[in-house]
Design a protein around this ligand. Structure first.
Ligand code: URP
Ligand code: ZN
Ligand code: ZN
Length: 451
């Protein structure tokens, strides 16, 4: 069995940092400490002066999802390779429920696509239709190891929206079986009202995008969902939280788990006045600087639980200039840059690196039921690890990315890419070297009370 000793690195745990050696045998971390007994022919990697992070878990990606005119730019093959080079060893992506499909059919189709992945993959189950047969499938899927579901409070025009009463029914079933309900929380009524002047007056420039999807939409949805989570006892996970006001309401409800994204932390709505403003059209939109500051404070205070990339990239041509903002494919890329730009920011701001580990590894693993194997550096865990040189800050990294995307929202920002990435004991990314990793595995999760 292949064995590797990572020697003398500074391990960034969720609550502490320590200098120690890590022994990997096969796919697993077998021991951590000093003067470890090594199997013969152990490869030794000197990590003196380097940081060792657990592999990043990105809880929110959309690889190759269908839109009206095609698919998001990265499929599972390119997106997962891109993920690994940014230190993301596990992505949690979503099924796509087509008309007349069962949830199980949608899962099987998506699993087949996900087999192309070179990082490990978990799948959340999208519920975009409400009918009695779908409700019956929820406990079956949870028993089969797929315990996280997602609903939308908007996108009525794309037939993805459920109303709050339907969401409450689903929440009660999920709560009874210890699953998690993820929600895209923007109130559709608020959006319709706010969007109408831009439709009638034919205002089509990207700078109207945040006005047509105002912060109020998040506030109204989060309040309604908070009520549902309290009444049903369901653990609800609000994806891509992006406003100060939404955060304030969300913290009132203990059953809500909160995710934000790098684009809401690092960019703001000033970009919509730029010539390339159309490239930043994502839903929800980028917000004000004050929202950004509140989200950072929410991370520091422990109110926000995770950071997901919401990787849903579209190339320059897909996001064609001069089309009404309502027609621009929504979404931005970010799986490869999530950890590198955040690490550089954390170091620059003197923030606690253990917090970064909690947000990007430990807490997503716990919330989504994979913490028995992933999310921390301990014996018996999968050997998903990053070796990082904290001094290797770069700003000219855009040309080195592995995504299919031909444009990058974070271009020029300081970033620290991992110099070596292990996924279940295999070196899958090495700076400046093209490797061909073996396939990732598709993870079943465990329901929350089994963890
Ligand atoms: O604009 C975005 N975020 N597109 C991806 C789908 C979603 O709503 O997360
Ligand atoms: Zn969303
Ligand atoms: Zn998304």
């Amino acid at each position: 069995m292949n064995s590797v000793l990572i020697k003398n690195g500074t391990i960034i745990h969720a609550d502490s940092q320590s200098i120690a050696d890590i022994l990997i045998q096969g796919e697993t971390i077998t021991s951590i400490g000093e003067n470890l007994v090594l199997p013969s022919s152990t490869r030794i990697i000197d990590a003196t002066g380097k940081l060792i992070f657990p592999g990043i878990i990105d809880p929110h990606t959309h690889m190759g999802i269908p839109i009206k005119s095609g698919f998001s730019a990265d499929n599972f093959a390119s997106g997962s390779r891109s993920a690994l080079h940014g230190g993301v060893t596990t992505i949690l992506d979503f099924t796509v429920l087509e008309r007349d499909q069962t949830l199980m059919e949608s899962l099987e189709l998506r699993k087949n696509l996900a087999r192309e992945s070179v990082c490990d993959v978990g799948l959340h189950i999208n519920i975009t239709r409400f009918d009695p047969d779908i409700l019956k499938e929820i406990p079956v899927l949870i028993k089969a190891g797929f315990s996280s579901f997602k609903v939308f409070t908007t996108y009525k025009e794309s037939h993805m929206m459920l109303d709050y009463e339907q969401i409450e029914v689903i929440a009660r079933i999920i709560a009874a079986h210890n699953g998690v309900l993820m929600v895209h929380a923007e109130d559709d009524g608020v959006i319709s009202a706010a969007m109408s002047p831009y439709l009638e007056e034919l205002e089509t420039a990207p700078r109207f995008h945040p006005l047509g999807r105002p912060a109020e939409a998040e506030v109204v949805a989060v309040r309604r969902l908070g009520g549902i989570s309290a009444r049903s006892g369901c653990t609800m996970y609000i994806v891509h939280l992006n406003t100060a006001a939404g955060l304030k309401i969300a913290t009132l409800y203990p059953n809500l788990k909160l995710e934000t994204c790098p684009h809401y932390l690092l960019l703001n709505d000033g970009v919509y006045d730029q010539e390339d403003g159309h490239m930043y059209v994502a839903s929800p939109p980028l917000r004000k600087k004050a929202d950004q500051e509140a989200l950072w404070q929410g991370l520091i205070d422990g109110h926000i639980d995770t950071i997901g990339s919401d990787h849903c990239p579209f190339c320059l041509e897909d996001k064609a200039r001069n089309i009404p903002f309502q027609e621009i494919p929504n979404g931005m890329g970010g799986v490869e840059t999530l950890f590198p730009v955040l690490l550089a920011k954390f170091l620059d701001q003197g923030l606690d690196l253990c917090l970064l580990t909690r947000l990007t590894s430990k807490q997503p693993a716990e919330i989504f039921g994979i913490s028995s194997r992933k999310g921390s550096i301990n014996p018996q865990m999968d050997a998903d690890l990053l070796i990082v040189d904290p001094h290797n800050v770069k700003t000219d990294w855009e040309g080195t990315l592995h995504t299919h995307l031909d444009w990058n929202a974070y271009s020029g920002l300081p970033a620290i890419f991992p110099e070596m990435v292990f996924r279940r004991g295999e070196i899958v990314a090495l700076q400046d070297k093209g490797l061909r990793p073996t396939s990732g595995v598709i993870l079943g999760s465990r329901s929350r009370n089994q963890e």
